[in-house]
Design a binder for this molecule. Sequence first.
Ligand code: ZN
Length: 500
Amino acid sequence: MEIKKAREELYALQKKLAAYEHAMGSIYYDGATTAPKGTAENRSVSLSILSEEVYRYSTSKETVELLEYLDANKAELSEKEQRMVYLLLKDIRNMQKIPMDEYVKYQELVVIADDVWHKAKEASDFEMFCPYLEQLFETNKKFALYIEPDKDPYDHLLSDYEEGMTKEILDEFFRKLRDGIVPLLKAISEKEQIDDSMVKGFFPEGKQEEFSYYLMELIGLDLDHVGLSTTEHPFTTSLGSHLDERITTHYHEDDFTSSMYSVIHEGGHALYDTGSADDLAFTVLDGGVSMGIHESQSRFYENIIGRSREFCGYVFGKVKEVFPEEMQGKTAEDFYRAVNKAQPSLIRTEADELTYSLHVMIRYELEKRVIAGELEVKDLPKEWNRLYKEYLGVDVPDDKHGVLQDSHWASGLIGYFPSYALGNAYGAQFLAKMKESVDFEGDLKEGKLENINKWNRENIWQHGSLYTPAQILERVLKAPFDAQYYIDYLTDKFTEIYKL
Ligand code: ZN
């Protein structure tokens, strides 16, 4: 084989994989957005056929020979091509360790489990979902052991979302967060609570939608390439390549800030994805590298930008325009304080910036113990409720507001939750670095995100998956990752707001 021809085939191979992903992503997106209730089985059939095709194509003799040839001749490849070959081969070698029938069965399980989870959540009936969740945990653990038999299966799952992550690192990380956050929360609980009634009331969906598009443009999304829809749980997905990005939100008519921050959060994911260099489209390097770095971007826009005094001050002008009656007599400072009210609560996605990581910590503890065989799936609700009492001091009234609230486990995402907390912490350290060259507060005061986006694009977005999370942190920060930046950020912010 000639190297020139092999390189061409490398791009053709990735384009074809992107097309399969486009089809499967569209089916999933349809299921989450507009598909009628009784259609899950249809999608399950199509998805299992398509995933079988991907499996066959990816692991075929021709594909493996091509990639092995390129790997053997990597000196003649560019840095990007070397990483493509590495990632593709890693994926294929992992896939080959999982028997095809089990792989296909798992794809079907995920679709059905997600459907059952919706129904179980609606009925607040954990027992209905329990057998599926058991299978999801079991299969994830089994696949982890197929792929890396000598590694702790939970470490393998963590590393799937954040290359190189381990229980050991996370145990220490969460301990640090808990020691920083719990005393702050305690001090706040002894202070007078913030009145956030201005963001509660009746905010019609149509008006909120208008506000969503305003926010998307304000943070710098290109609406020709980024679409918005509504789902039970907001999410972001790329269809085919970063040139077609979709975000979703959920409108609560009694509180417009819920959707507002979902749009900014998902918008942060979409900025990261769509910021990939154009030559990465239709390759495996397209889009973000890991869930932790992804969450560092989404939560950076949601909280560090979106809940800053300067951004709130700027956006409040639009809030008054969209909801004039409700905002009568209110100031930008009132708005800033209302969206930064810190109060232990039941629902992770609605949690404030300060308590958020404690919600994540609970899920981390639970998954870790289930995978280790120390906790049975059927006992999850009981343990969930106990930890919510212990860490957040709240009583969980039912499973709908407890263990059934998140869609992640139902989609087979086990080992994913810690990336939210890691993202928070990465973001705070990125901010400190960004401030060395960007007038962060000054720009936000004027609603200008060009310089901030440019910094993120140059340092993070454009590289797609070219570098590992650790390499990105090292390249950008030129210092080791340190959770202390995040704890300092929270301490400064909430000490000022609550006059601690
Ligand atoms: Zn996110």
